[in-house]
Design a protein around this ligand. Structure first.
Ligand code: SF4
Length: 359
C-alpha cells in the first residue's frame, strides 16, 4: 500500500534529497525534476480543490460556493447539471418567515440546519411543522421528535403506498407478513424468511441507521419466482424496523383530520411562495455569486415577497373593512439574519404556530 503524502511533506522530502544528492545520476535527476515540476504542483492543486469542496462532491470553477445540481428547468432535456444553490424557506400564511441557502442538492439533509437556524433567529421553534416527502427520513423524524414539534412530514412512496396497485401487490417487502415475536417474514409462497444478519447505513450528515436482512431458504423451482424477484439465488430483503415504525407514526398523523388539513394547505403555502418568486417575479437565477451574497439576494427577494403580500392583504382587508369586515392585522417577519450572525431579525412579531417548509 503506497504511503499517503501531502504537498508540504513532499516539498520537505525533495529538499532533503536535493541536499544529500549533490551529483545525482541522469535518471535520478530526471525523476526528481518530474516530482518537483509535475507532481508537486498537481498535488497542491488537488489539495486546494479538496479544501474548496468540503463535504460536497462538486463545485463550480466560476463560483466556488455553488455546487452542480440537477435543475427542474432542463431546456436541453438531457439532465445537465448546473452550478446552483438550494434555498429552503419556511412560510406561514404565505409569508416567508425564514430562509436558508444550502450547498447540497438533496433536501433531506438541509432540514436540521434550517430548523436550527430558525430556532436561533427566533429563540423558539414552531409548534407544528409541515413538509413534503423530500424531508422524510429516519434522521429527520428522530430530530423532529427530539425538538418536540408536532411534525407532519411525508416520506418517499407515501402516495404510492395508498394506491390499490401497491396495496394489493403481495410481493412487495412492505406487504409481506412479519412475525415480530419470532422475527421472521413469510414470503407469498408461505416460506419463512429468516433474519440472516444486520447492517449499517450512514447518511451524509453522519446519522447511523440499523438495517436487518431476511432471506428465504430456497427459491429454486418456485412457480412465483418470476413475479417475486430477479436476483440470482434466494430472495433477500433489507428492513429498517426503526424507520418503518417512524413511517407508521407519520402515516397516522398525515391521515388524521389535522394531517389532511395541513396537507391540503401545503401546496398553497410554501409552494405558492416559491411560485410567486420564480414564476410571477421571474426570479429564476441568482445574479450574485458566493454563498454570502446569494443568501443576501434571496433574503431581499423574500422581503420583497413579504411586502407585496402584506400590501395585497392590507388592500384586501381595507376593502373588506369598508364593507364592514375586520381589518387585516398582519405582522410579517421581514429580515432573517445569517445563521452565525448576532444580528436580530428586524420584525419578529408573528406568533409561530406552524411552518411549512419547501425547497
Ligand atoms: S421466489 Fe422465493 S421468496 Fe419468492 S415466493 Fe418463491 S419461495 Fe418465496
Amino acid at each position: 500500500m503506497p504511503e499517503k503524502i501531502d504537498s508540504e511533506e513532499l516539498r520537505e522530502r525533495l529538499a532533503v534529497i536535493n541536499k544529500k544528492l549533490k551529483e545525482p545520476s541522469k535518471k535520478v535527476a530526471k525523476e526528481l525534476q518530474k516530482l518537483q515540476e509535475e507532481h508537486l504542483p498537481k498535488l497542491e492543486k488537488y489539495e486546494k480543490d479538496l479544501e474548496i469542496l468540503g463535504d460536497r462532491n462538486s463545485y463550480s470553477k466560476t463560483d466556488h460556493d455553488a455546487t452542480f445540481m440537477r435543475m427542474k428547468e432542463d431546456h436541453m432535456k438531457n439532465g445537465q447539471l448546473k452550478p446552483a444553490y438550494n434555498p429552503q424557506i419556511s412560510t406561514e400564511n404565505q409569508f416567508i418567515t425564514h430562509a436558508t441557502i444550502h450547498q447540497t442538492p438533496g433536501d433531506t439533509t438541509t432540514l436540521k440546519s434550517h430548523l436550527d437556524s430558525f430556532e436561533k433567529a427566533y429563540n423558539k421553534q414552531s409548534k407544528e411543522i409541515v413538509a413534503d416527502a423530500g424531508y422524510g427520513s429516519e434522521e429527520n423524524y428522530e430530530m423532529l421528535e427530539k425538538k418536540g414539534v408536532d411534525a407532519y412530514v411525508k416520506y418517499n412512496y407515501f402516495h404510492m403506498e395508498q394506491k390499490k396497485k401497491t396495496k394489493n401487490n403481495p410481493f412487495l417487502a412492505q406487504n409481506l407478513f412479519y412475525n415480530a415475536g419470532q422475527d421472521f417474514y413469510v414470503c407469498p409462497m408461505g416460506q419463512r424468511m429468516e433474519n440472516v444478519g444486520q447492517g449499517k447505513r450512514i447518511s451524509s450528515n453522519g446519522h447511523l441507521s440499523q438495517v436487518t436482512y431476511y432471506q428465504a431458504k430456497n427459491c429454486e423451482g418456485c412457480p412465483l419466482r418470476a413475479q417475486c424477484h430477479k436476483a440470482t439465488g434466494n430472495r433477500r430483503i433489507e428492513v429498517n424496523h426503526r424507520l418503518n415504525f417512524l413511517k407508521q407514526q407519520a402515516r397516522e398523523k398525515l391521515m388524521n383530520e389535522k394531517g389532511l388539513e395541513h396537507r391540503s394547505k401545503r401546496p398553497i403555502e410554501a409552494e405558492a411562495a416559491f411560485g410567486q418568486l420564480k414564476s410571477n417575479n421571474k426570479f429564476n437565477r441568482f445574479t450574485l455569486t458566493g454563498l454570502e451574497k446569494v443568501e443576501l439576494e434571496f433574503l431581499l427577494m423574500a422581503i420583497g415577497h413579504n411586502l407585496r403580500k402584506m400590501v395585497a392583504k392590507s388592500m384586501q382587508s381595507g376593502l373588506k373593512s369598508s364593507l364592514g369586515y375586520k381589518p387585516y392585522n398582519s405582522r410579517p417577519v421581514l429580515y432573517v439574519p445569517r445563521e452565525n450572525s448576532n444580528q436580530r431579525p428586524l420584525i419578529t412579531t408573528l406568533e409561530f404556530q406552524n411552518q411549512k417548509i419547501a425547497a
